[in-house]
Each structure stands twice: as structure tokens, then as C-alpha cells.
Design a protein around this ligand. Structure first.
Ligand code: XCC
Ligand code: SF4
Length: 628
């Protein structure tokens, strides 16, 4: 079987089935969208005020400036940092919600502190005194400090202080330390308002500030406090792909991003009352499966199976076997209700921020979390009997995977490599030893979305296969994680695809060569891991033999992620070009000049094999510079 749209056979089958069932998918709509607008694609379309829309003619002798006089540099830079604002806002609003959930846990709710030790570590970052206090008190003070970091009115955001000394000096010197997480996002909106900033360098600098507030602020707080509330991920077995849907069970797909609801859904799905009701409607049980990043949150902590990534959301419904798709925020195609209307599937929206025409809205409320989760699941249970048997086809594809690699569990796991000294180190020393000795050539973080412009999962899988063949250990988050799990790159047997060094490490430690580190906000785990290694070696992140990639990205969040990786010192290769080519200056700034300032830079390479080579070359160059 071959298909230019996806490499993944379950999805191929569902695309075919969709056609038969007269259902439109993202790929169909993408076809209809062709040709896509060249002005938009190169970033030179401006709609910021109603004197426009204005667009810059890049090839002919048409306009070189908008009505207000803004040139291509200004327009491209403004558009780009507005993307960063969107992405940083999404991540940080998620982080704020988690902080609020911690506060509610402290004050009494269905949530509780699952990891007191980690809470104490986080409390220290915020300067909360922990000695002699009970855990609820610490939780409350930490939550308030975290919430303050979003809107602080004096000083600087606190979480970036966890970075290594060299990195902090770079941010200070270039004046990009975020003052507060929200403020930098708001300032982007102000600075890009008609007639404010026209200097592309100054605009990009503000984008950098907001992105650091995301990666080392909002996202990191989201990750750290999620661990506190929902548990620290530890290696756990699971399965991935559409084949995790069950013919004889109530299938509930949890889709979206935050763990607050999905974690409760997992718990409530075991409720006796609901299980009995499921039996009464003729089902063998309740099968909760994950989709996109909320799926990553629950698989990391409970092993909840992974149904599919971004471009599989419609395909999941096309199986005709999804009784309820529960969504919260981000990456939910409005088309899901359209697709659902051709089957029996109920789409249930739960966030006041995200309502979708055609969906049932059951508003989630942290105060009554368990009861509402039960109510939501019940919708799916009652819907089981409405399945249309002739429309049900669940593809059999599913792969084994080991997931759940928090920084803490990686450190613990790699301690097994130290065979000579049986003493566990509790630090990144074993990882560092493997890299310094050359057993591992380096490490790569591969993250991000799916995008119809890249064959679904092809970019992720091909790039990563090349990296592991070259003994580069790979960590992943987001939709990349699903692509890897589905392709079998997260099972121990994937060691056979590795070079000899990485293969040995996989054997000794019992890990796969590709480590699932979580959802998109968990890209902050990658920052923490890099930072720990840098600190251990008394180096900066930019000195390490490491690189990043987003082979199939599409969202504004990915622009923010890419920017904070680059300005944390990571060479980052994008498989899809951001809308910047309309400005030679902005393009040069991002792909060349920025390296002299932050030690990282962007590259764009659609061919995953060439992209992998760029990363490997970078890793080898860094090794050489370190003399290892
Ligand atoms: Fe969304 Fe997070 Fe992208 Fe996937 S990787 S398409 S942002 S689900 Ni985050
Ligand atoms: Fe045109 Fe300037 Fe208005 Fe943009 S801000 S739409 S370039 S007049």
C-alpha cells in the first residue's frame, strides 16, 4: 500500500473509507485550497489595520511598502512574532490553568498533590519556604507564586533562573529575560499594532523575550506542576495507533491538551456505576484512548493507549467506533463535528475557551471534576448502542511502545549504564559519560505537529531513523511521539535500527532509542535535560552535541517552541518553512546572525534525510569543538 498523504496504513484505510462514506478530510480541503496564497506563504501580507490589507510584491514592480509605509522586513517580523504570541499564549494559559488547579488542590478539591518531593523542589525555585510546613500550605504558596509569574509587575520571571549561568548571562546581555509571562505576549500585540515598531530586529527581540517566557516560564510551570498534581512519568508500556479502538467496548477518545480533564476521565472510566451501565448497554467495558497532547499526558502517567496524532483525528471518527470524542483546547479541527455527523460519534467540548458548532458542550469545572468526568463518559456509554454496524471498521494496526521518560526517570534509568561502579549517581553523569566517550554521538529533540504539506509521519520517522542509525539518542514530544510509537521506534526491538553504541545503551538500560518525553509543553523537559547536562559539564547548552527538529510542524505553538530552543542555544531544523522568506533580512537573522547572539539558529530542510544529515554534521562539529 502506498499513499502520498500518509505513510501509515491504518490512516490510509480510513482515508479510503472516508471517501466511500462521503466524508471530507483535511487532505481533501487542502486540495481545494490550492494554490495557496504566495503573499501569505512568504509573510508579506499585512491585515493589521483597515487601510490594508497590504501585500508586498517580491518579484514584480508592484508595491514595496504597505499604505502606512511598512516594508517587507517590518511586515514579516510583525507577522512572525504575532505567531509567537499566539503560541506562547496557548502554552502559558495552559500553565496558568494547571497552577490554578494546584491552588484548588491545596484549598480542597478532587485533585491532590501526588508528588510532594517534586512540589518541594518547585517551591524552592519560587523561593517558597518549605521547612516545617505541611504539604497543602506549600502547595498553596507555590501555586500563588506560580500565578504571580504570569503577571508579575516588578522584577523578572523566576523560572528562567533555573538555567545555567552562561545562558542566563546571554539573556541578560541581550535584554531578553521575560519580565512576566503575560506581559511579553501583550507587548507583542502592542508593538505590532499599526504604527508602533518598524524595526525588524527590535520586533524579533520581543518575540524572543515572549518565547523564553513560554519555554522557561509558562510551559515549564505547566510541566512541573502537572507532575506534582498527576504524578511523575515513569517508563510504562502501551500501544499506539487506531487499532487501540475496541469493537466491543465503549470507545472514548480524549483529544486536546491539558491533563486536568483527561486524567480525571481516566480515573472516572473505572467507576463501578459507569462500568455497570456500560454492561447494561451491551459493552464489555470502557476504553479511554488518547489523541494529541492530552493523550501524551495520560499515556505518560497511566499507560492509556494512544489512538493517533493530529492528522488522525478525523480518521479516528471515520472508524465509526468512537462513541465520544472529548475535547478541551488546542489542535482540535472544527471539522470533527462535521465528520462525526456522518457517524454516531458525539463530540463533547468542555472548555469555555473552545466551543465547536455541532458539539455537545459540558463545561468542565475543577471543583466538581470527578462528577463532571462521569457525566461526560456517560454520554459515550449511552451512545454505544447507536453505532451503525455497517459503518464500523477498526483497522487492526497498533504497535507496542514504552513511554514515560521524564528527566527524573531518564536519570534513574541511565544509572544502569554504570556497570563498573554499582553505585547509582542520581545525576546525568552516565549520559554525559556515554556522550563524551562517543558511545552516543549526541542527542536530538524531535518535536511538533503533522501538516498536510508533509506526508503524514514520514518527516518524523525518516529523520529519526537516520539519527538513531548514527548513534544519536532521540527524545520526542507532541505528535512526533505518536509517529514514533506507531512506527515501532519506541519498542526495545527498535535497537536493531541503531548504530552499535546506541544499541548497546538500549540493551544495558532496557530503553528504546526514542524516548517519549510527553506533550508539547513538555518540550520544557528537553530544556531541563539539556540544561542539566550543560551544568554538569560547566558548559552552556549551545556547546553540547545536540540538535532539534520539527519536521512536520504547523501551529503557532511550534513557532514559539522553535524560537525558545534556538535562543536557548539549540540548532533547530524545520521541515516546513515559516512565513519569512518575503524578508531577506529576517530570514538571514533567523538562519545566520542569531547564532552569534544565542548560539543556536534555524535551518529549513524539507527532506528528512538531508535534515538528519544537517543535525549530525552539527553534532559532530560540536564534538570536535569540545575535543571529544
Ligand atoms: Fe498540536 Fe500538541 Fe502540534 Fe500535535 S504537536 S499538532 S501543536 S498536538 Ni504539540
Ligand atoms: Fe497596510 Fe500598514 Fe495597515 Fe499593515 S499596518 S495593513 S502595511 S497600512
Amino acid at each position: 500500500m502506498e499513499d502520498s498523504r500518509t505513510i501509515e496504513t491504518a490512516t490510509m484505510k480510513m482515508i479510503e473509507k472516508a471517501k466511500k462514506d462521503n466524508v471530507e478530510t483535511a487532505w481533501d480541503r487542502a486540495e481545494k485550497m490550492k494554490p495557496q496564497c504566495g503573499f501569505g506563504e512568504t509573510g508579506v501580507c499585512c491585515r493589521i489595520c483597515t487601510m490594508g490589507p497590504c501585500r508586498i510584491d517580491l518579484v514584480g514592480d508592484g508595491p514595496k511598502r504597505g499604505v502606512c509605509g511598512a516594508d517587507a522586513d517590518t511586515i514579516v517580523a510583525r507577522n512572525l512574532i504575532r505567531m509567537i504570541a499566539g503560541g506562547a499564549a496557548a502554552h502559558s494559559d495552559h500553565g496558568r490553568d494547571i497552577s490554578h488547579t494546584l491552588l484548588m488542590a491545596a484549598e480542597g478539591s478532587d485533585y491532590e498533590v501526588k508528588e510532594p518531593e517534586k512540589l518541594i523542589a518547585v517551591a524552592k525555585v519560587f523561593g517558597v519556604e518549605t521547612e516545617g510546613k505541611d504539604i497543602k500550605e506549600i502547595a498553596k504558596e507555590t501555586a500563588i507564586k506560580a500565578l504571580e509569574d504570569f503577571g508579575r509587575y516588578e522584577g523578572l520571571t523566576l523560572y528562567p533562573y533555573t538555567a545555567n549561568e552562561k545562558r542566563k548571562k546571554i539573556w541578560e546581555k541581550n535584554d531578553v529575560w521575560p519580565r512576566s509571562i503575560d506581559r511579553e505576549i501583550v507587548q507583542i500585540m502592542h508593538q505590532t499594532h499599526m504604527g508602533v515598531d518598524a524595526d525588524y530586529v527590535n520586533l524579533i527581540q520581543q518575540g524572543v523575550r515572549a518565547s523564553i517566557g513560554d519555554g522557561w516560564g509558562g510551559s515549564m510551570i505547566a510541566t512541573e506542576l502537572s507532575d506534582v498534581l498527576f504524578g511523575l512519568p515513569k517508563p510504562i508500556e502501551t500501544e499506539a495507533n487506531l487499532g487501540v479502538l475496541e469493537k466491543n467496548m465503549v470507545n472514548i477518545v480524549a483529544h486536546g491538551h491539558e491533563p486536568t480533564l483527561s486524567d480525571m476521565i481516566v480515573q472516572a472510566s473505572q467507576d463501578n456505576e459507569l462500568l455497570e451501565r456500560a454492561k447494561a448497554v451491551g459493552a464489555e467495558g470502557i476504553n479511554v484512548v488518547g489523541m494529541c497532547c492530552t493523550g501524551n499526558e495520560i499515556v505518560m502517567r497511566h499507560g492509556t493507549r494512544m489512538a493517533g496524532n493530529f492528522l488522525q483525528q478525523e480518521a479516528a471518527i471515520v472508524t465509526g467506533a468512537v462513541d465520544a470524542m472529548i475535547v478541551d483546547v488546542q489542535c482540535i479541527m472544527p471539522s470533527v463535528t462535521q465528520v462525526a455527523s456522518c457517524y454516531h460519534t458525539k463530540v463533547i467540548s468542555t472548555s469555555p475557551k473552545a466551543k465547536i458548532p455541532g458539539a455537545i458542550h459540558i463545561q468542565f469545572d475543577e471543583k466538581h471534576a470527578y462528577e463532571i468526568a462521569k457525566k461526560i463518559i456517560l454520554e459515550g456509554v449511552e451512545n454505544f448502542k447507536n453505532r451503525i454496524p455497517e459503518k464500523v471498521h477498526i483497522p487492526e494496526e497498533k504497535s507496542q511502545a514504552i513511554v514515560g521518560f521524564s528527566v527524573e526517570s531518564i536519570i534513574k534509568g541511565l544509572d544502569k549504564v554504570v556497570i563498573a561502579s554499582a553505585q547509582p549517581t542520581g545525576t546525568v553523569k552516565p549520559l554525559v559519560d556515554c556522550i563524551v566517550s562517543g558511545v552516543l554521538r549526541g542527542a536530538a529533540g524531535v518535536v511538533g505537529c503533522n501538516n498536510h504539506k508533509v506526508q503524514h509521519n514520514y518527516g518524523h520517522v525518516e529523520l529519526i531513523k537516520d539519527l538513531i542509525k548514527h548513534d544519536v539518542i532521540v527524545v520526542v514530544t507532541g505528535c512526533t511521539a505518536y509517529a514514533c510509537a506507531e512506527a515501532g521506534l519506541m519498542k526495545p526491538e527498535a535497537k536493531e535500527l541503531c548504530g552499535p553504541g546506541l544499541k548497546t545503551v538500549c540493551e544495558l538500560v532496557g530503553i528504546p532509542p526514542v524516548l517519549h518525553m510527553g506533550s508539547c509543553v513538555d518540550c520544557s523537559r528537553i530544556l531541563i535535560l539539556l540544561n542539566e547536562v550543560a551544568k554538569y559539564l560547566n558548559l552552556d547548552i549551545s556547546d553540547l552535541p545536540a540538535a532539534g527538529a520539527a519536521p512536520e510542524w504547523m501551529s503557532e505553538k511550534a513557532v514559539s517552541i522553535g524560537t525558545y530552543f534556538v535562543t536557548s542555544g539549540v540548532y533547530t531544523v524545520l521541515g516546513v518553512c515559516p512565513p519569512v522568506l518575503g524578508s531577506k533580512n529576517v530570514t538571514k537573522l533567523l538562519t545566520e546572525d542569531v547564532e552569534g547572539i544565542y548560539g543556536g539558529k534555524f535551518a529549513v530542510e524539507p527532506d528528512p534525510h538531508k535534515a538528519a544529515q544537517l543535525m549530525i554534521d552539527h553534532i559532530e562539529a560540536k564534538r570536535k569543538a569540545l575535543g571529544i
